[in-house]
Design a protein around this ligand. Structure first.
Ligand SMILES: [Zn+2]
Length: 292
């Protein structure tokens, strides 16, 4: 990045959303730096990734139609210590929803309102060490921009153990308590689970914001891999799932991730039936490709 990013020039690429029930209008824009760094083909990957989430998300549970834009910026940082940050993202802005009846957990402290991402801010590493920009990386970062791992505490679904009266999470660190995600996780991975395991390991930005890649060791990935027993990823490992902290193959999105969006206040088109989600074939890449 350089000073040009202080004078952001947006190229709005409004997607053609013609679905009658699409209550969120998704768009993507690129900073001047990103336009310089990303080829047209790479920029098209972002349009595709936005469409990926648009195909999953219908609207907001308070019934209000909203627009949501992802702003894309780039940076260039070499690998260090055997890993490389491929990207980072989060909400660019947030807002309260309208009250929604019947919310579970601790969100009553927000008077039954969700805290929504109302725009996304993302940053992608274009250093040669990062390798070719991958669709799974973009999809992953958009997930964060929508609120996965970034608005969990704000919505009473998780706690990192740090007391903050404005982000009053529930449960214990490493335990995601969204009821929709938990039900999906029980069906998909572990019928006996009482929470969805969350990553507590990794460098800044990785812990408390991703699903854990293994089941028993909440403080690392030393436990047994969690293998999906039903759903689109039957037989696949959580280690390769889209919203874990490091990129690996075959990358796939679990029903658990999809259901967690409901806990964050989105309505969904459907929970996909087995076999309806296209898997991404990704080359295995070294070094460890750590995502924030
Ligand atoms: Zn991440």
């Amino acid at each position: 990045m350089n000073s040009r990013t202080l004078c952001v020039f947006f190229l709005a690429a409004t997607l053609g959303l013609t679905s009658a029930n699409a209550a969120i209008t998704f768009t993507v824009s690129f900073t001047a730096q990103a336009q310089s760094d990303l080829s047209p083909a790479e920029q098209a990957l972002f349009t595709d990734a936005i469409q990926f989430w648009d195909d999953i998300i219908d609207g907001h549970r308070d019934g209000i139609n909203r627009a949501w834009n992802l702003s894309v910026d780039t940076f260039s940082t070499a690998a260090s210590g055997g890993s490389i940050t491929l990207g980072s993202a989060g909400p660019g802005s947030v807002a309260f929803s309208q009250p929604v009846a019947g919310l579970a957990l601790d969100v009553t402290w927000n008077s039954n309102r969700f805290i929504y991402s109302t725009s996304g801010s993302s940053n992608f590493n274009v250093h040669p060490d990062a390798g070719a920009l991958q669709a799974a990386t973009i999809r992953h970062e958009i997930g964060h921009a929508l609120g996965i791992g970034t608005l969990w505490e704000d919505n009473g679904l998780y706690t990192d153990g740090v007391v903050n009266p404005n982000r009053e999470g529930s449960g214990s660190p490493g335990q995601f308590n969204g009821p929709a995600a938990l039900a999906a996780f029980q069906a998909e991975f572990d019928p006996g689970a009482s929470f969805v395991p969350v990553e507590l390991n990794g460098s800044g930005g990785t812990a408390h914001g991703h699903w854990n890649e293994a089941d028993s060791a909440l403080f690392g990935d030393a436990g047994s891999a969690i293998i999906a027993i039903s759903g689109p990823g039957t037989g696949l490992s959580m280690d390769d799932e889209l919203m874990t902290g490091s990129l690996s193959s075959p990358n796939w999105i679990s029903n658990t991730t999809i259901a967690s969006l409901y806990d964050l206040g989105f309505t969904l088109h459907t929970i996909p039936e087995p076999g309806t989600i296209a898997f991404l074939g990704l080359a295995l890449l070294l070094p460890i490709r750590r995502r924030r």
